[in-house]
Design a protein around this ligand. Sequence first.
Ligand code: ADP
Length: 214
Amino acid sequence: MVRNIELSKRQDLILEIVKDEGPITGEQIAEKLNLTRATLRPDLAILTMAGYLDARPRVGYFYSGKSAPQLLGDLARKKIVKDFKALPVVLKESSSVYDAVCTLFLEDVGTLYIVNDKGYLAGVVSRKDLLRAMLGKQKIEDIPVNIIMTRMPNIVTCFPEDSILEVAKKLINYQIDSIPVVKEAMDEGKPVFEVLGRVTKTTVTKAYVELAGE
Ligand code: ADP
């Protein structure tokens, strides 16, 4: 993993040589710079790991043609949902709004995922959904969450193999705070979702901080 995208003068020189003359072997680059292959080895390793160069055995080094922002984008796409997801906080459809509010505080989350009696995703309840329900005259112990939830098929979901970048775009486009991580299953011939985890704005922030460290 590379700590710094900024290149040293020598690394810049190597890039120029490979751009002009690639494919070119390590020995040939070393000769051009009047250095030993051993001195050059760490620079070549850094340039290859950072994605500036491609190395092919017995052929040599190629310039990958990617700019620093493109390389940063490549790194960002490697941050995958399954490595960052948190445990989901789920509640049954038959639970009351009162139960939902208690769970929200106990579990310290902003969004609850609502599941049907078979455990499959049925809806999502957020802070504002609960506040709205509390504005009405009815006692919140008597209101089932499935009346106030946003329900399937309108739930924005993601899969464990999706990139955090895709999830971040969904959070922005749909103006939501949280997305359930799901696995597709079949129930009586119909596609359903098992809930595996959750990704939130905090998840995306964590991935961003990790990326900055790289
Ligand atoms: P808050 O209520 O705290 O602003 P959100 O912005 O996440 O939280 O929720 C806004 C609305 O979007 C709510 O009505 C909620 O039910 C709905 N919602 C939240 N997450 C999702 C999701 N993953 N898919 C579809 N709708 C969602």
